[in-house]
Design a protein around this ligand. Structure first.
Ligand SMILES: Nc1ncnc2c1ncn2[C@@H]1O[C@H](COP(=O)(O)OP(=O)(O)OP(=O)(O)O)[C@@H](O)[C@H]1O
Ligand SMILES: [Mg+2]
Length: 650
């Protein structure tokens, strides 16, 4: 065994986190540590590394077991060293050796002593054994995997934001290759590609891994064991998350049946006692049954306990039809262009998910909209828009020394203390909890405070950057439901695929420094992508066959002339057809619009109301033209999308 708990009880004052918990971490284990927010996962890791001492039981650790531990809170570590330097700190011994070898080499140049020479070759040998000549390469590989560019890894550590610093420390830790890696919600600060990279890396990791995570997909692929903290006990399941889900359902079912059986049995026995306790001949028997019943270990009723946060976003007043417009927006960090000439509009009712790989600037675009970032170009707000912004590292913006209630009062929402307390109750902070200091809260509890702050504002437009970070899966579902019911508009960034598919009715993606909009939900978006990719593959095949001998293997996308020639003819005719139709509909639309305006003018003439027959007819015409107009508009939009689709493939 590498590390483990033996009959451990741990509590914060009166609050029991675990009772009599036993858990052994074996070599080769890849364990997902799960549980609802605030059940004590982070605490348990701290017990394992010895930061907290259990009140009962022991923490057992193999004599040579090395442990790497990644906190949930970002570390305050700071330095001028480059990212690469910091991460290469993982190879302490190799760095030492490098220096020693260099020094010895110099000495040897001066005098060729036998002893020095032996020392020198010994060190060279050790260097070889440690694979010391590859450390830079290995470090770069890991850093790239976690999303750093070549240029970034040579920049000073202190220039990076919290999330990126955490990645550096994560890189350093996995390079150290400890026997046991304890990772507390590492995916919170990663985007999809990095999460996928981490998944693959950890799958081949030599040591054992314990990972706290609320990400179902990640757990399913990553772990071969699940440890759940539930009702102050550790429940161990030997399988991935899916296995846990089915197995837990079975266990609960079985326990429920056992409970019911036992209850039946107890009732039956009690009836017996009731009936015969007065009868002298049976009194002794009744007595012994009573004794037996007292001794029975009672099975608990297992109605599933779940923390149900109650989120209800409210809107104070309705905004205009357009929420915000971006015109010709440019933004770059040094050489790194984020957007160039970007144009976009958010309309009332839009629920937009902004997606795309890391570094494309999702958070930056969100911050531009939220006025939290400088940029060139224009941003125009619609009427009556009241916005609120949930920034990516919102939790870090909480004042750790405030109590929860103080933090809420600082929002100036005009709510009384009583109202605030009742709102906090919806977020599961009941009674005294509201007076708890923020610094004592778990990650998920902090996230709930930050969400409560957004809700108190009653805004009609929300910008949410990774709102599901730290939330347990059940709370994520409840948040998705609440956002669905929300009457306002929103734009959000999230790497939680489930969450995005549940909330968005439009998808924005940053491609080639522009904001591209897809009118539809995430599932439709994926289908559309798939179709596009298939079409492109088919066309690729059609192009390749005849050209193979003439063309070099590398395609040149910038050579548009060449590309046009290669456009398959079939597609071209379809595009032309659609374009023709589009023009026709456009003309119709124009006609309808003119007609509608004419009728409107008629309706505006007071004379018309004098003639009831004429008025009724005009009104009928007006309704008819409105319907026609709407139909034409829909067709117009559809054709336009079709053209975009065909053109983007061509
Ligand atoms: N130093 C402390 N003193 C008192 N209570 C604490 C302290 N640290 C944590 N707690 C409380 O103990 C409980 C468990 O906290 P912990 O951080 O371990 O939860 P967690 O399971 O990691 O939750 P999350 O999923 O939100 O990260 C929480 O209710 C938290 O408020
Ligand atoms: Mg935690």
């Amino acid at each position: 065994m590498l590390l483990g708990l033996q009959n451990v009880t741990f509590e914060f004052g009166a609050r029991v986190i675990v009772e009599d918990a036993t858990w052994h971490i074996q070599p080769g284990d890849r364990i997902g540590l799960i549980g609802y927010n605030g059940t004590g996962k982070s605490t348990l890791l701290k017990v394992l590394v010895g930061q907290y001492l259990p009140s009962k039981g022991t923490v057992e650790k193999g004599r040579s077991t090395s442990i790497g531990y990644l906190h949930q809170d970002l570390l305050s570590f700071d330095t001028n060293d480059s990212i690469l330097e910091v991460a290469m700190g993982a190879f302490e011994r190799v760095r030492e050796l490098e220096k020693e070898i260099e020094a010895l080499g110099k000495l040897l140049e001066e005098k060729e002593e036998e002893k020095l020479l032996i020392d020198y070759t010994d060190k060279l040998h050790e260097m070889d054994v440690l694979d010391g000549y590859n450390i830079q390469y290995k470090t770069e590989e890991v850093l790239h995997g976690l999303g750093f560019t070549n240029e970034q890894i040579n920049k000073p550590y202190k220039e990076f934001s919290g999330g990126w610093r955490m990645r550096v420390l994560l890189a350093k830790m996995i390079l150290q290759q400890p026997d046991v890696l304890l990772l507390d919600e590492p995916t919170n600060h990663l985007d999809l590609p990095s999460i996928e990279w981490l998944e693959k890396y950890l799958l081949h990791y030599q040591g054992s891994v314990v990972i706290v995570s609320h990400d179902k997909y990640f757990l399913n692929r990553m772990v071969n064991k699940i440890v759940e903290i539930y009702q102050q006990e550790l429940h161990i399941y030997s399988g991935n998350y899916e296995y846990y889900e089915t197995e837990k359902a079975i266990r609960i079912d079985m326990q429920q049946k056992a409970y019911e059986n036992q209850q039946d049995y107890i009732r039956q026995q009690e009836r017996f006692v009731e009936r015969f306790k007065a009868k002298a001949s049976k009194a002794a028997a009744a007595q012994s049954i009573v004794k037996r019943l007292d001794k029975i270990e009672r099975i608990e009723n297992v109605s599933l306990e779940r923390p149900n946060i109650k989120i209800n976003f409210q809107v104070d007043k309705q905004p205009g039809k357009v929420i915000v417009t971006l015109k010709d927006v440019n933004k770059q960090f040094g050489e790194n262009i984020i957007v160039q000439g970007a144009v976009a509009e958010i309309e009332r009712g839009d629920k937009i998910a902004l997606i795309g790989a890391n570094g494309k600037g999702k958070s930056t675009v969100l911050r531009i909209i939220a006025d939290a970032e400088t940029f060139e170009g224009e941003r125009v707000w619609g009427h009556n828009v009241q916005s609120s912004f949930y920034a990516q590292h919102q939790l870090e913006a909480l004042n750790l020394n405030n109590t929860i209630l103080e933090e809420m009062s600082e929002c100036r929402s005009g709510k009384t203390e009583l109202e605030l307390r009742s709102l906090l109750g919806c977020f599961l902070f009941s009674g005294d909890d509201a007076d708890k200091k923020i610094k004592l809260l778990s990650g998920g509890e902090k996230a709930r405070v930050a969400l409560a702050k957004v809700i108190v504002s009653k805004s009609n437009f929300m910008m949410l950057d990774e709102p599901t970070n730290h939330l347990d899966m059940h709370s994520v579902e409840l948040l998705a439901e609440a956002l669905n019911k929300y009457e306002g508009s929103l734009i959000l960034v999230s790497h939680d695929r489930f969450f995005v598919s549940q909330t968005a009715n439009k998808i924005w993606e940053i491609i080639d420094h522009e904001i591209k909009e897809f009118k539809g939900g995430y599932t439709e978006y994926l289908e559309w992508k798939e179709r596009m990719a298939k079409q492109a593959r088919e066309e690729g095949r059609m192009q390749q066959a005849p050209k193979a001998t003439v063309q070099a293997t590398t395609a040149k996308p910038q050579d548009t002339r060449n590309k046009n020639q290669e456009k398959p003819r079939v597609d071209n005719t379809e595009l032309k057809n659609v374009q023709k139709k589009f023009q026709k509909v456009e003309q119709e639309l124009e006609g309808f619009k003119n007609k509608k305006e004419a009728i409107e003018a008629e309706l505006g003439n007071p004379d018309i109301y004098k003639n009831a027959g004429k008025f009724a007819e005009t009104e009928k015409n007006y309704k008819a033209i409105q319907t026609q107009l709407l139909q034409a508009e829909t067709e117009y939009e559809q054709l336009f999308e079709k053209i975009m689709e065909l053109e983007s493939v061509a």
